[in-house]
Write a protein that binds this ligand. Sequence first.
Ligand code: VG1
Ligand code: CO
Length: 580
Amino acid sequence: FNVTTKHTAPIDGQKPGTSGLRKKVKVFIQPNYLENFVQSTFNALTAEKVRGATLVVSGDGRYYSKDAIQIIIKMAAANGVRRIWVGQNGLLSTPAVSAVIRERAGVDGSRASGAFILTASHNPGGPHEDFGIKYNMENGGPAPEGITDKIYENTKSIKEYLIAEDLPNVDISAIGVSNFCGPEGQFDVEVFDSASDYVKLMKSIFDFESIRKLQSSPKFSFCYDALHGVAGAYAKRIFMEELGAQESSLLNCVPKEDFGGGHPDPNLTYAKELVARMGLGKSSSGQEPPEFGAAADGDADRNMVLGKRFFVTPSDSVAIIAANAVEAIPYFSAGLKGVARSMPTSAALDVVAKNLNLKFFEVPTGWKFFGNLMDAGMCSVCGEESFGTGSDHIREKDGIWAVLAWLSILAYKNKGNLDGGKLVTVEDIVRQHWATYGRHYYTRYDYENVDAGAAKELMANLVKLQSSLDEVNGIVKGIRSDVSKVVHGDEFEYKDPVDGSISKHQGIRYLFEDGSRLVFRLSGTGSEGATIRLYIEQYEKDPSKTGRDSQEALAPLVEVALKLSKMQEFTGRSAPTVIT
Ligand code: VG1
Ligand code: CO
């Protein structure tokens, strides 16, 4: 093949957000849009990370992925990349990409040093919906801000990109290696099985035999909803073939370009079918629900865990996994190096860390901040309130890992129970946890696609208010006399303990005397308008009061949050788009 230099000009708005660049498909298919971003990424990396390198290109299979993969292959060839690895049909979950970078050896023994992941995660897909791209580094984790800032700077001055226009399209549906010859020598594209490296890694972490025993017990029943995302490709292999789950227990496990028209976001609003099957919500099926249910997002890095008629908040989930990891999961048997959560995530994990005397870190939203801690050997288990849970086995959150962690805990708690005795359920485990550590009532309100100017004003007003806590407390008291006093207000700022880098403006916090918190953030993953996220949390230590309905328990704080922020005045919205 030959290398062509194409002239181009900067395109506005190519700033990567919390997790890469996400835009409507119609934006991505504009001439040069993808090309500018990919070349800007190559230009942001040091030469040896590009020339002669092995890179992974794959994603959640959403609409436009197949075209994007061919473009990136041609651009990689032209930029001197030596090898491109593609998961069969272009499918790799985000956690699997991370695993492939860290664990896989190519047919010729080569190792990958980075990846383009093609996904907009939990955002819908299809010709009228979202596409996305992000770059991961040699540790398997998302590019740090230093690199994403550089990529963005490059997009603002780009004049040309390189592409091997005459390189034939590669058949990514068939496993095998294609060899090409360019001006600088050989270039290969290796298509490999999407699941096997990931499955191997999971088998090295968990005791599959004990989970298989649980799965085969008549007392236990299971259900998994991939929401037509890429998790389906792994669910069949792991839950059915390895662990013996019934085929009927897998919902929506065929990956589709448009996620079957759904919103591939595993929460109580969008995972409707699973929620109904689990006996939650209004549309219960009438049948006895399974004991355990879980769902994933489009790229399978998120998870929602449910028990029979019972929702586990993600903030509780990571705390419970941390509390039980050493006993229940062989990978952690030597102990946890530390635990971490994102700032808006509830403090349930903090209490576990304190009780178990573990190192603890609070980082800004987005998985990239956990990676440094893990690389430095300071953190084993971490999580976010946004249905993200994971560990240092890779450098991304991991939806299927989280399910296997829960199945391991269930298997461990039921070791002696499977033949005789009553099953210890998901709900039992959570209630027991609350009794031991107290409960963090928690909810998140999302206001999606609001006017960007209005959202900025709302946030600015909240920052301004913080200059006088007396005034704030006056307002709060006027709204509800039964909530505690605000004792601190700030914008969260993080200093990375490993590299000393500082991230500012990571969310507005109001901290109350009794440990309650209100947090306001603007989303960094949307593709249109602005999304305001409001996080509300209240700690209850008294075991006799941990069993309340969470919306009811939080009602006073919710009222304070909405009125203090003047939510309706600024946004015109009388209710959030989604409550989790
Ligand atoms: C959201 C979540 C954040 C998560 C990010 C990426 O970001 O709040 O916790 O890390 O999505 O998740 P934001 O900026 O919209 O609040 V995923 O599954 O999109 O890779
Ligand atoms: Co995701």
